[in-house]
Design a protein around this ligand. Structure first.
Ligand SMILES: [Zn+2]
Length: 124
């Protein structure tokens, strides 16, 4: 919490405190002071105090949203995963059936059980 914030909270706290005092004194036995005036002053003080708190809250930076880092297998080449099919049975393969073993991309087909090393087609 920054010093500015603390000062803001203290000031707003004092304002609200005195505002409540004014409100209470408005209902106190006759002191010769116009109670309506005190009510108005009390409400204004509390209002300012609350406004300061609201301003402080609004200026607070929102907590950073956690960036979801999608885990991807780091292919050295550009492989189109969408069109990936099993060499053996032609079944569509997803990312789960692809693993990296000793720097080579190995495809394990969950349908026919074949596993083979993928040959990356260079693109240029
Ligand atoms: Zn297969």
């Amino acid at each position: 919490m920054s010093a500015g914030k603390i000062v803001g909270y203290v000031i707003s706290g004092i304002l609200i405190f005195f505002g409540v005092l004014f409100l209470l004194s408005a209902f106190a036995p006759d002191t010769g002071v116009n109670p309506v005036e005190r009510l108005v002053v009390g409400v204004i003080l509390i209002g300012i105090g609350l406004a300061i708190i609201v301003i402080i809250k609004m200026r607070e930076p929102k907590p950073e949203q956690k960036v979801v880092v999608e885990q991807k297998i780091d292919f050295s080449g550009d492989i189109e995963l969408e069109k990936l099919q099993c060499k053996n049975c032609g079944a569509e393969l997803d990312k789960k059936s692809i693993t990296l073993a000793q720097g080579a991309v190995v495809v394990s087909c969950p349908y026919c059980g074949t596993s083979y090393q993928m040959v990356e087609e260079p693109k240029w």
